[in-house]
Design a binder for this molecule. Structure first.
Ligand SMILES: Nc1ncnc2c1ncn2[C@@H]1O[C@H](COP(=O)(O)OP(=O)(O)OP(=O)(O)O)[C@@H](O)[C@H]1O
Length: 889
C-alpha cells in the first residue's frame, strides 16, 4: 500500500525538563542526552587500504566510549643532529594539538554497525514509540564512512536496516493495544533541490509548509512496508538513484543529502486516538571543503551547496542547543525539510564519522569541531573534568575515581529514595498518635460527661431543696400561732413531710457526693493520662500541635456546654419559683391590706402598726417587682455553688457546707432578757451576707435565753424545724404559746439533732442501690449538722462561756400574761403594749421564766396554768376584741 502525499504530523508531547536519563561514562563524565536534545556519537572508521599503504599516522586516539583525543602527543623519539642526540624536541615537527573531546558516545575503529545502532537509534526508538519525532544524521567528510554506517552492505547492514528491523520488533510488542501503519520515503537534497529516490524524476519536489500540516513534500510517495527485508531492496534501489560522483576523496562520493523517512501511524485500540511520528535518517553529503575535493565547475557548485546546507544545519543545531527563540530553518532546503525533525520535541542523534588517518587530518578536525558544537553542553562538562596535561593512561585512573564517585552518588540517590519511606514511617507514627489521642479523648470525654452530669444533678437537687425549704418556712411562719387547725396540719402533715424531704435530701446528697468523688477520681486519672499522651505525641510529632489543641478545645467546649445546660435548668427552676413567689407576695399584700383596713375600721390601728404598714407599702413601691440583686447573688455561696461547674474542685454538698461555715462564721446570738428586745436593731457584722429576722427565744437550763439568728438567705431546715417544733410543742402540750419557750427542752431543741444522728447512721450504711460505699471519711458534723445547704449551727448549751453576741429584734417575743395588780389597774391593752387585750399586764417571758426557774415547782405550775388555749387565741394581736365578740354572741 502506498501512502500518498500528505502526512499529518501529530504534535508530539513536550519532554519534561530534566527527565533525561543520566548515565555515567567510562571517562567519568556525566551526560544528559535530552539536555541538548542532540546526542552526538563519533564513529572512527578503520584505516582503508590506501591509508594503510601510506602508513598514515593515527591522529585520533579513542580513550574510552566517551572520549577521544585528537592529534595526541607522540612519544618523543630521540632527535639526532650530526649524529648527536639533542636534548630538545624535534624542532622540525609540528606541535601536536592533543585535543580532548568528550561525546555521548565514541565508537572506535573496531566498532560494528550493530554497535553504533545500539548506542544511537535503538535508544531513540523508545522515544519514537512514545510519540516523539526522531532524526539521525550521519555527518562527516567524504569517505569517512557515513553511507557505510547508514546503509551498510549485505554483510554489514547499516543502522537504517537495523533500526527498521528493531522497529518492527517493537511494533509487534505493542500490537495488543495499537494498530500500526508504516510508510517510508527516500529522498535526496541535491543542489538545494528535493528528489524522490524511490520514484526517480528529474523534476524536483516542492516543499510545502502549512500551519496545519507542518512541512510537506508535495508529490512524495510513501511506501508501506511490512518487513525490514523489504526495506533493504528499497534502499538499494534508492541508493542507485542517488547522485554520486567520484571525487579525490571517494570514488563513489555521495554529492547529495539522502533522507530516509519512516512514518509510523499508531492508532490506539481503546481510545481510537491517532498519532503519527516520523523517524528521519539522513546520510549527509561529505562535509569536506570544496577545495579538498579537487573539483571545479559543477562539482565545485555541488560542494558549495553541500557546505551551505551543512553550515545551515550546523547553525540550526547550535541555535537549538543555545535555546534561541529563532532557528534559521529557511537557510537551506535541508533544514527546511527537517524543520520538524530537529530540536523542540524531536530527538536527534548525530553520528560524526571520521577517519583516523592524518590524511584526513583537517576534515577530521573540522568534523570533531562541528560535532562538538552540536554537543555544546557536553563540551562544557568536558572542560570541567578534563585536564589537558593528562596522558591517556591517567584517564583510566581518573575514570576509575569518577566511577567510584558515581557509585557514591548512586548510593546517595538510593538513600534519598529511602526518604519517602522515612516520610511514610513518620506519617504512620502521626496516624498512630492521632489514634491514641482520639481513643484517650473518647474515654476522657465519656468520663467527663458522666462527672458533669452528676455535678449538675447535685446542683439541681441543692436548689430544689433550698426552694422547698423556703416554701416550708413560709408555711411554718404562717401556721405559727395562727390557728389550732393550722398548727394541727403543720404537726401532722407539713413537719413530717419536711422531715422526710430533709432525710431524702441527705440520702441523695451523700449518694451523689460519693458518686461524684468516684467519678472525679476516674476523670482526674484519665486527664493525667491524656496529658501524658499529649506530651509524648508532641515530643515525637510536633506537627500534631494543631490536633492536640483541637482535642483540648473540644474538652473546653464540653465544659462550657455543660455549664450552659446547667444554668438553663437552674434558670427554669428559679423562674417557676419567682412566679409562685410573686403570686404569694401578691396574695399576702392583699391580705395585709384587708387586715390593716379592718383594724383601722375598728380604730385599732396603732401608730406603730400604721407606720409599719406604710413602710411595707414603701418597700413594695420601690421593689418594682422582685429584684435579684447581683451583689447579693455574688455573695450568696449557695448561688455560687449551684451555678458553677468547676471540674478542678468538684465540691460535694458536704464540702460546700464547710465552705459556708468558713465564709460565715456562724454565730449564735445569745441574749439575756432585755427590755430593749423589741427595739434594738440587729447590727450583726454578717448582715451583708445574711438578713436577720426575728429570732426565737429559747430558755436555757442556765436561765439564759438565746435567739437563733436565722437567715432568710440561708433558709434552713433547722430554723424551720425550730419554728415547727415550737408549734408542735405548743400543740402537743397544750401549753400557753406565749410561754412555750420555757417548756422547750434543750435536748429536743429541734429535730435537726435527730436528723444529724440519722445522717451519721446513713454514712455507716452502704448504699444498696448503687453499690457504692459512702466515703467514711466524710467530715463529721457536730451539733446541728447542716444537710440542707444551710449554716452549720453548733450549739453548746452547757457552755457557760457562751458569749452574748447581740440582742435581736424582739417584736415577736411572746409576752406572758401577768395577773392583775393588786389595785386592779391594768396597762393599756394592744399590740406591743405590756398589757394583754383584757388589760392583764404582760411581762417579758424571759423575766418570767427567769423568776420561775428560780422559784418553786408550784410557782412554775401556776405559771403554766395561767394561760389557756382559748385565751391564747384571743390574745392574738389580730383577733377580734373579746367585748366585740361577746356583743355579737
Ligand atoms: N567502519 C567501516 N568499516 C569498514 N569499512 C568502512 C567503514 N566505514 C567506511 N568504510 C569503507 O570506506 C569506504 C567509504 O565509505 P563511505 O562510502 O561510507 O563514505 P562516505 O562518508 O559515505 O563518503 P561519501 O560522503 O563520499 O559518500 C567504503 O568503501 C566503506 O566500505
Amino acid at each position: 500500500m502506498v501512502l500518498k502525499k500528505i502526512v499529518k504530523m501529530d504534535k508530539a508531547p513536550s519532554r519534561p525538563k530534566g527527565a533525561a536519563t543520566v548515565a555515567p561514562s567510562r571517562s567519568g563524565s556525566t551526560q544528559s542526552i535530552s539536555s541538548a536534545n542532540v546526542k552526538v556519537v563519533v564513529r572512527v572508521r578503520p584505516l582503508n587500504e590506501r591509508e594503510l599503504e601510506k602508513n598514515s599516522r593515527i591522529v585520533v586516539d579513542v580513550v574510552d566510549d566517551k572520549m577521544l583525543v585528537f592529534d595526541p602527543k607522540e612519544e618523543m623519539r630521540p632527535f639526532f643532529y650530526h649524529g648527536v642526540q639533542q636534548p630538545n624536541k624535534n624542532l622540525l615537527k609540528r606541535a601536536n594539538k592533543e585535543l580532548q573531546f568528550v561525546f555521548d558516545h565514541v565508537c572506535g575503529q573496531n566498532s560494528t554497525n550493530k554497535d553504533v545502532f545500539e548506542t544511537t537509534t535503538k535508544e531513540i526508538l523508545v522515544s519514537l514509540m512514545e510519540g516523539y519525532n526522531c532524526s539521525v544524521f550521519a555527518y562527516g567528510a567524504t569517505g569517512a564512512g557515513k553511507t557505510f554506517t547508514m546503509i551498510g552492505n549485505e554483510e554489514h547492514p547499516g543502522i537504517t536496516y537495523l533500526t527498521m528491523e528493531h522497529l518492527f520488533y517493537t511494533i509487534n510488542s505493542f500490537e495488543k493495544d495499537r494498530e500500526f501503519d508504516i510508510g517510508v520515503s527516500y529522498i535526496e537534497v541535491y543542489n538545494e533541490n528535493v528528489y524522490d529516490l524511490l520514484k526517480p524524476s528529474k523534476t524536483p519536489l516542492q516543499l510545502r509548509e502549512d500551519s496545519k500540516y507542518g512541512v510537506m513534500v508535495a508529490g512524495l510517495t510513501l511506501y508501506n512496508i511490512k518487513t525490514a527485508r523489504e526495506l533493504l531492496n528499497m534502499l538499494e534501489n534508492g541508493n542507485k538513484n542517488r547522485t554520486q560522483h567520484p571525487t579525490d576523496a571517494n570514488a563513489e562520493s555521495s554529492r547529495s543529502h539522502a533522507v530516509f523517512q519512516v512514518y509510523v501511524k499508531m492508532r490506539y485500540k481503546t481510545s481510537s486516538q491517532l498519532r503519527i511520528v516520523k523517524l528521519s535518517m539522513i546520510d549527509l553529503a561529505g562535509s569536506e571543503r570544496a577545495s579538498a575535493t579537487g573539483c571545479v565547475g559543477d562539482r565545485f557548485k555541488e560542494g558549495a551547496n553541500i557546505n551551505k546546507s551543512l553550515l545551515s544545519l550546523g547553525n540550526c543545531i547550535n541555535k537549538l542547543a543555545d535555546g534561541s527563540s529563532y532557528i534559521p530553518y529557511r537557510d537551506s532546503k535541508l533544514t527546511r525539510l527537517l524543520k520538524d525533525s530537529l530540536g523542540g520535541n524531536c530527538k536527534t542523534v548525530m553520528i560524526a564519522n571520521i577517519s583516523p588517518s592524518n590524511e584526513s587530518y583537517e576534515d577530521t578536525y573540522n568534523t570533531l569541531k562541528y560535532a562538538a558544537r552540536a554537543n555544546k553542553i557536553q563540551l562544557n562538562i568536558k572542560k570541567n573534568i578534563v585536564d589537558g596535561n593528562l596522558r591517556p593512561s591517567q584517564y583510566v585512573k581518573i575514570n576509575e575515581e569518577l566511577k567510584k564517585k558515581v557509585k557514591e552518588l548512586e548510593a546517595k540517590l538510593s538513600l534519598s529514595n529511602v526518604k519517602p519511606q522515612i516520610d511514610s514511617d513518620k506519617e504512620k507514627m502521626k496516624l498512630e498518635w492521632r489514634r491514641r489521642i482520639s481513643e484517650a479523648d473518647a474515654v476522657h470525654s465519656t468520663l467527663e460527661n458522666e462527672l458533669l452530669g452528676l455535678m449538675a444533678r447535685q446542683r439541681v437537687l441543692a436548689l430544689r431543696h433550698r426552694l422547698r425549704t423556703r416554701a416550708f418556712n413560709h408555711v411554718a411562719d404562717l401556721a405559727h400561732r395562727s390557728s389550732s387547725e393550722a398548727m394541727e396540719q403543720m404537726c401532722t402533715e407539713e413537719i413530717p413531710r419536711q422531715e422526710r424531704a430533709a432525710e431524702n435530701y441527705v440520702v441523695k446528697s451523700v449518694h451523689l457526693d460519693t458518686k461524684i468523688k468516684v467519678s472525679w477520681t476516674k476523670w482526674d486519672e484519665s486527664r493525667q493520662k491524656i496529658q501524658v499522651i499529649f506530651k509524648q505525641a508532641l515530643t515525637e510529632c510536633p506537627e500534631l500541635l494543631d490536633f492536640v489543641e483541637k482535642v483540648q478545645l473540644q474538652s473546653e467546649i464540653r465544659l462550657v456546654r455543660a455549664r450552659d445546660s446547667l444554668r438553663h435548668k437552674l434558670l427554669c427552676i428559679e423562674n417557676e419559683e419567682i412566679n409562685a413567689f410573686t403570686e404569694y407576695v401578691s396574695d399576702m399584700s392583699g391580705m395585709l391590706k384587708k387586715l390593716y383596713m379592718t383594724l383601722k375600721g375598728y380604730d385599732k390601728a396603732t401608730p406603730g402598726l400604721t407606720a409599719e404598714y406604710l413602710e411595707i407599702m414603701k418597700k413594695a413601691k420601690s421593689a418594682k417587682g422582685i429584684t435579684w440583686s447581683d451583689k447579693d447573688r455574688e455573695s450568696d455561696a449557695h448561688f455560687k455553688f449551684v451555678s458553677n461547674l468547676d471540674l478542678e474542685k468538684p465540691t460535694t454538698t458536704v464540702d460546700f457546707n464547710t465552705t459556708i461555715k468558713k465564709e460565715i462564721n456562724t454565730t449564735i446570738d445569745i441574749v439575756t432578757d432585755s427590755e430593749d428586745l423589741t427595739d434594738i436593731e440587729n447590727h450583726d457584722p454578717l448582715q451583708s451576707l445574711v438578713k436577720k429576722r426575728k429570732g426565737t427565744p429559747i430558755k436555757l437550763a442556765n436561765n439564759e435565753t438565746i435567739i437563733i439568728n436565722d437567715s432568710l438567705e440561708l433558709l434552713d431546715t433547722t430554723r424551720n424545724l425550730n419554728s415547727a417544733k415550737k408549734i408542735k410543742k405548743e400543740y402537743d402540750t397544750g401549753l400557753d404559746i406565749e410561754n412555750y419557750g420555757a417548756a422547750i427542752d434543750s435536748k429536743n431543741l429541734n429535730s435537726t439533732f435527730v436528723l444529724t444522728e440519722k445522717i451519721e447512721a446513713l454514712k455507716k450504711q452502704p448504699i444498696r442501690s448503687e453499690n457504692i460505699k459512702i466515703d467514711v471519711n466524710l467530715p463529721v458534723k457536730k451539733g446541728l449538722f447542716d444537710r440542707t445547704n444551710t449554716i452549720q449551727r453548733t450549739l453548746n448549751f452547757n457552755d457557760k462561756a457562751a458569749k452574748i453576741v447581740k440582742p435581736v429584734v424582739g417584736k415577736a417575743l411572746p409576752l406572758r400574761r401577768v395577773p392583775p395588780t393588786m389595785n386592779g389597774n391594768r396597762p393599756a391593752p394592744g399590740f406591743g403594749s405590756s398589757l394583754s387585750r383584757d388589760g392583764t399586764p404582760l411581762q417579758r417571758n424571759v423575766q418570767d421564766v427567769n423568776s420561775r426557774m428560780k422559784g418553786s415547782d408550784t410557782q412554775k405550775s401556776v405559771g403554766y396554768k395561767a394561760v389557756r388555749a382559748r385565751e391564747r387565741v384571743q390574745s392574738h394581736p389580730y383577733s377580734r376584741p373579746v367585748a366585740l365578740a361577746a356583743r355579737r354572741q
